[in-house]
Design a protein around this ligand. Structure first.
Ligand code: ADP
Ligand code: MG
Length: 287
């Protein structure tokens, strides 16, 4: 089958946008499934108390299912919470239940500012080390599915990642929220995670027939030159149906235009990074 090259080190991407309903979860789970279908080792960390990513990946997340809350608040090892996605080899998920909503309050009790936003980063580092000790394959991609807010949970996700992936629904207010998100990411860069960058933007539910969608897309491409994937995700009923079957569209209807677009977007996510890394290496060698 198809394969994609492994990155030289684990890529950790936080999927974020303060707006709800723009396709964060849909993009996180379908890109993750597509990457795993291409032979990569992928982990999805569900950090949204809604647990939509856990549902879409077919992993239980009732109350008291050990998951992100226990990892953040009780110091549970990530390996104790991670589950294998039943439909896709090489894809695992750390589920979130509604308990996670309480984590904001719990984390606010911790007086050490840096410690309380570094919990997820530490947990992930521990899991990576544990896998290595056990001789298990290295994780290639970690995708964090964020809630639509910038609380302590999202901050933990931004500190744990090196890249931010922003799904954008091309509608009138899309750019307004984007400036706010950009400013917030700038603050995190300045104080907590200097390596963080907005590496990727993905246009979702895109309808090239509408003028507004085309205009917003052009504006986003101007605002983030070379960071917006050429691949856009069309609206597709099959994409929105898949979660109610506990599946991603990648297994629910692999031939569907939405599934093919996510596969193409995954390929681009891998290849654009490969090109950028090679360019950076060539630059270092030339200097
Ligand atoms: P977010 O995580 O940003 O809140 P979701 O990924 O949950 O957004 O998407 C919001 C809603 O839009 C969901 O009902 C989802 O099924 C639907 N949706 C997302 N992407 C598409 C798409 N490309 N085509 C059709 N429906 C979509
Ligand atoms: Mg969501």
């Amino acid at each position: 089958g198809r394969t994609l090259p492994k990155p030289s080190q684990t890529r950790v991407l936080t999927v974020a946008n303060q707006k709800g309903g723009v396709g964060k979860t849909t993009s996180a789970v379908n890109l993750a499934a597509a990457l795993a279908q291409c032979g990569l080792q992928v982990l999805v960390l569900d950090v949204d108390p809604q647990g939509n990513a856990s549902t879409a990946l077919g992993v239980a997340h009732e109350d008291r299912t050990p998951g992100t809350y226990e990892v953040l608040v009780d110091g549970l090892r990530l390996s104790e919470a991670v589950r294998q996605c039943p439909d896709v080899r090489g894809l695992e998920v750390c589920p979130a239940s509604i308990d996670l909503a309480g984590a904001e309050m719990e984390l606010a009790q911790e007086s050490d500012m840096v410690a309380r936003v570094s919990l997820l980063k530490e947990a992930l580092a521990g899991y990576v080390a544990e896998r290595e000790q056990q001789g298990r394959p290295r994780l290639d991609y970690v995708l964090l599915d964020c809630p639509p807010s910038l609380g302590l949970i999202t901050l933990n996700a931004l500190v744990a990642a090196r890249e931010v992936l922003i799904p954008i629904q091309c509608e009138y207010y899309a750019l307004e929220g984007l400036n706010q998100l950009r400013a917030n990411i700038g603050r995190v860069q300045a104080s907590l995670n200097s390596e963080l960058e907005i590496s990727t933007l993905l246009l979702t539910m895109y309808d090239a027939r509408t003028r507004l969608a085309r205009e917003v897309a052009d504006e986003v491409r101007r605002a983030f030159p070379s960071r917006v994937l050429d691949t856009t995700i069309p609206r597709s009923v099959r994409i929105s149906e898949a979660p109610s079957h506990g599946e991603t569209v990648m297994t629910y209807d692999p031939g569907n235009s939405g599934a093919l677009s996510y596969l193409q977007a995954a390929r681009e996510l891998v290849e654009s990074h490969q090109l950028r890394t090679e360019a950076a290496t060539a630059h270092r060698e030339a200097v």
